[in-house]
Design a protein around this ligand. Structure first.
Ligand code: CTP
Length: 402
């Protein structure tokens, strides 16, 4: 299932981190969601409602007695059709009101009216967050299933350092998407995703590697997490931050990757191998830095194991392995050959030279090939969308195999 567009109420209270909420609104709109902002009066002292209105492309609700175009009170109408209420940033005040069922302004009234999941991202001074009454309110909300994106340590509005800073937009966005994705078609499935490049060391300071950023694999790990899977991400030195809610294990060499995979493979349902694995490693590792002594330097390389093939030979009925084929020429022929040789259930073929595909970027163009000869060519999509399309096929394959 690709992600559907959802209706999100973004509650905004008067915290100094409010600028992150503007960014969050913009990112949610870009993801295609319908965003409705509800601001408290104090929030409007920090940011003009017009800014949220233009970014969210919807009227901002400030007052319970605002007249909507419908006969229904606006807050009730919104509450009835929302998929998620996210309060970012959330002050001690709104947390206290919510924990006590107080409905004395537009946002606190919306909060008692919704019947969708609620996510709260608090931001306040450390001693306020640790205040026993505030802490008890947080606890009470958590015990009722309200999700929290915990604040982090850093500079606070007081100029002090401490815990209480609003978490990052990426973290909050990740949690929102996690909550919104109601199709949990991978619930209970154990998934391993490999990502990023491997490094093959010549000496303590030099290695052979490749341009993989890890973005495609990280997107698959995140998508699998959102669909309810238990995810282990085994990553080479990638340039991206790993998704939350995913167990991440870092490796460097191909042999380390193989060891990490084999350790867990037998207990795993699905393995998606997005890592760009080095096919060769230096035959010898020099414990000291290699010196510049000759005009030419030849470094003999030996072949690494083909991990995908090893797993393909070892897999039992019901286990699904997905490989990638990064090609510069004869895309489908090469991909088909890899599908057979590595005994994969699915191969994701991409022409790394094509515009919008390949390394480092946020988009990809791929063709999915499976053992039954089915070929699906996908258009230019974000790596996250590609990840979901791959997992859609994996879910189909599991169902076909049942
Ligand atoms: N792969 C692997 N072990 C290797 C090399 C690749 O497990 N030693 C996996 C990759 O993670 C990917 C798939 O196999 O899922 C295809 O990788 P690719 O580099 O495209 O193919 P190779 O088999 O290395 O073939 P070639 O380099 O000759 O194109």
């Amino acid at each position: 299932m690709t992600q559907e567009n959802k209706t999100i109420i973004l509650g905004v209270t008067g915290g100094i981190a409010i600028h992150k909420s503007v960014d969050l609104a913009s990112q949610l709109v870009k993801q295609g969601h319908s965003v409705h902002v509800v601001m408290t009066e104090n929030a409007t002292r920090l940011v003009q409602p017009t800014q949220f209105q233009v970014i969210s492309r919807n009227p901002v609700l400030l007052d319970l007695f605002d007249l909507g175009s419908d006969w229904k009170p606006v807050h009730i109408d919104l509450a009835d059709r929302s998929d998620l209420l996210a309060i970012v940033p959330a002050t001690a005040n709104i947390i206290g009101k919510m924990a006590n069922g107080i409905a004395d302004n537009a946002l606190s009234t919306v909060a008692v009216s919704v019947h969708c999941p609620i996510l709260i991202a608090p931001a306040m001074e450390q001693h306020m967050y640790e205040n026993p009454f505030v802490a008890a309110n947080v606890q009470s909300l958590k015990s009722h299933g309200v999700e929290f994106v915990e604040p982090v340590s850093g500079d606070l509005a007081s100029g002090k350092q401490g815990m209480g800073r609003l978490n990052t937009v990426e973290e909050i966005l990740g949690r929102i998407n996690q909550l919104l994705n109601t199709s949990k078609d991978l619930r209970g499935k154990r998934v391993i995703v490999t990502a990023g490049p491997t490094r093959e060391y010549l000496d303590p300071v030099r290695f052979i590697s490749n341009r993989s950023s890890g973005k495609m694999g990280y997107a698959v790990a995140e998508a699998a997490r959102d669909r309810g899977a238990d995810v282990l991400l085994i990553s080479g030195p990638a340039t991206t931050a790993p998704p939350t809610g995913v167990e991440t294990r870092y490796i460097e060499t191909t042999l380390e990757l193989q060891e990490a995979l084999l350790e867990r493979f037998d207990q795993t349902d699905i393995v998606v191998m997005a890592a760009a694995v080095a096919d060769y490693r230096p035959q010898a590792f020099s414990p000291n830095k290699i010196k510049k002594t000759t005009d030419q330097l030849n470094i003999p390389l030996e072949q690494n194991p083909d991990i995908a093939q090893v797993l393909g030979e070892r897999k039992k009925r019901g286990q699904i392995t997905v490989g990638f084929a990064a090609e510069t020429n004869d895309l489908l022929e090469n991909a088909q050959r890899k599908l057979v040789k590595k005994n994969c259930d699915l191969i994701v073929a991409n022409d790394v030279l094509a515009e919008g595909a390949g390394f480092e970027g946020d988009t990809n163009i791929v063709t999915l090939l499976d053992q039954s000869g089915h070929r699906e060519q996908l258009p230019l999509l974000s790596k996250r969308e590609v990840a979901d399309r791959i997992l859609d096929r994996v879910v189909d394959l599991i169902q076909e195999g049942d």
